[in-house]
Design a protein. Sequence first.
Length: 327
Amino acid sequence: MSPGGNGPTTLAELGEFALIAELVRDLPASDEVLLGPGDDGAVLAVGGSVVVSTDVLVEGVHFRRDWSGPGDVGRKAVAVNVADIEAMGARPQGVVVGFSAPGDTEVRWVLDLARGLRTECAEAGVNLLGGDTTRAKEVTLSVTALGTLDGRAPVRRSGARPGDVLAYAGRLGWAAAGLLVLGRGFRSPRAVVDVQRVPVVPYGQGAVAARAGASSMVDVSDGLLADLGHVARASGVSIDVSTDAFEIPETLETVGAATRVDPILLVLTGGEDHALAATFPPGSVPEGWTTIGAVTEAAEGGPGVLVDSSSFAGVPGFDHFRPGARR
């Protein structure tokens, strides 16, 4: 079915079942998918333990339609979920998607979103297994991602030990810079705007870190310092981040100068990049990862994150329920 012409143009005109048929039409085949959409559940072949994670993206909170195209929204929905599977040291395998929208939403917009879902699934190496659709007041996507540990133990937040080194893979500060730019009504530098719309997840690096012996790992979604705080508290340690270890890209310097925001703050506290941060025994940081700090015994005030061996006075990252919080 093709929207436009004399055909239905909104979801209310198209109907739920015709929409579902359109969304799952010609999904790519995979040896790991034993049964795809069409029954009450899909069947996925997994070896050993299964890792499961769910994220919800809500219009006006996680994306704005005047800032992001439907393809961007679809890609972001997959990326932010698969990043959680990566952070457990697992190999992502599949995603299921719950989608809700007002009845007057254009069919073409939804089909473009579906193409974005498929594009990022291909990028991440995962299978789109199906999902559900319903009517709602705003566009919402709930994505559940599944992965396999391939016989390894999961890399948890609670494994960091004094003497470990801290490293990251991916990008930090780019999405926050893009949000600053968009919030001021601009669309450039394009590089940071694009990352705000679609995070660049370091696919495959979660398993790389696990094989290298990572003792703990986390997906950087709410800000590096905020997410490292989860690791520090779960592990009962302090994590000391060294700002000298970061090479600030020229693009972030440009945004910082234009907005009067120190670019190192974007790196330390900006969320939505979905980089991976992990701790490793000394000498085991794998290629593709950048060392940025160390794990020490818990400081006098208790487990937490230090910046250049001192307490950080600012807000360490994003909290959905903090008064005044907004993306």
